[in-house]
Design a protein around this ligand. Structure first.
Ligand SMILES: Nc1ncnc2c1ncn2[C@@H]1O[C@H](COP(=O)(O)OP(=O)(O)OP(=O)(O)O)[C@@H](O)[C@H]1O
Ligand SMILES: [Mg+2]
Length: 252
């Protein structure tokens, strides 16, 4: 669905993404993980055209990204930016329906879609009429997700969609999100820096370090067949020896 061929992105003399080759398989969940600053958000920003590659090529649905009409691309890719990125001066409903209004959906169709997504994400009806500042962190995350899902994109890019939540709400939303992904059969590219969360969602985990891909594999393979000592180091740093087993229990 999304393909990176030898993609490099530099900011002045800092290389944020370094010769990345990676395939994001259709209807699967691929998780980008790695230490802060390793290039995860930049990779998503390159896909949606907020940054341009310096070298290499990105393709979406087997077509080079630079041949895509940006409007068409936006309809097929839903994007939740790090921190949610809701417009503070708009209610939840206005945030969610912005794009649908922009592309000219009829009012009835918009209302129906909002209602379906509200049920899917378990948001209360009255919460839709509130401004982001009047919602809890978890409610804001749901609104951001509803906004990304509004046009029913085939592909979802989620940048730490559960960041900054307390552990109990986070665990509940993790379960709900995974159900949503399974139910909707989307191609998902999700960023986290939490290995437990990666294990919970991922068909494939791509571990990055300083802009470079260290290994892209199933969680079991990362644990049992690490391509580099950094893989084991990273997993161990996330919770010590015994949790290697717990990590492997995430999916399936
Ligand atoms: N617009 C920019 N200008 C200059 N440097 C940037 C810019 N955006 C990102 N960088 C740098 O590129 C590197 C990768 O940043 P990125 O935001 O992709 O990291 P990340 O893996 O998402 O980190 P985090 O886990 O903290 O969100 C960082 O060193 C960052 O400082
Ligand atoms: Mg980031």
């Amino acid at each position: 669905m999304i393909r990176f061929d030898d993609v490099t992105k530099k900011f002045e003399d800092e290389t944020a993404v370094d010769a990345l080759t990676l395939e994001v398989a259709p209807q699967q969940t691929t998780v980008l993980i790695g230490p802060s600053g390793c290039g995860k958000s930049t990779i998503l920003r390159l896909i949606v055209g907020l940054e341009q590659v310096d070298e290499g090529r990105i393709s979406f649905d087997e077509q080079p990204l630079d041949t895509w009409d940006i409007g068409d691309l936006r309809k097929r890719i839903g994007y939740v930016i790090q921190g949610g990125g809701l417009f503070p001066h708009m209610t939840a409903r206005e945030n969610i329906t912005l794009m649908a209004n922009h592309v000219g959906w009829a009012g009835g169709r918009i209302d129906e879609r909002v209602e379906a997504l509200r049920e899917l994400t378990h948001l209360e009806a009255d919460q839709l009429e509130r401004y982001p500042a009047q919602l809890s962190g978890g409610q804001k995350q749901r609104v951001a997700l509803m906004r990304a899902l509004m046009l029913d994109p085939e592909c979802l890019l989620l940048d730490e969609p559960l960041g900054a939540l307390d552990p109990m709400i986070r665990a509940r939303l993790q379960d709900e999100l995974r159900d949503i992904f399974d139910e909707l059969d989307k191609t998902v590219l999700l960023v986290t820096h939490d290995m437990q969360e990666a294990a919970h969602f991922a068909d494939t985990v791509a571990l990055l370090r300083a802009g470079r891909l260290v290994q892209a594999a199933t969680v079991d393979d990362l644990v049992e067949r690490p391509a580099d000592p950094f893989v084991t180091e990273f997993i161990r740093a996330q919770g010590g020896g015994p949790s290697l087993e717990t990590v492997g229990e995430g999916r399936g």
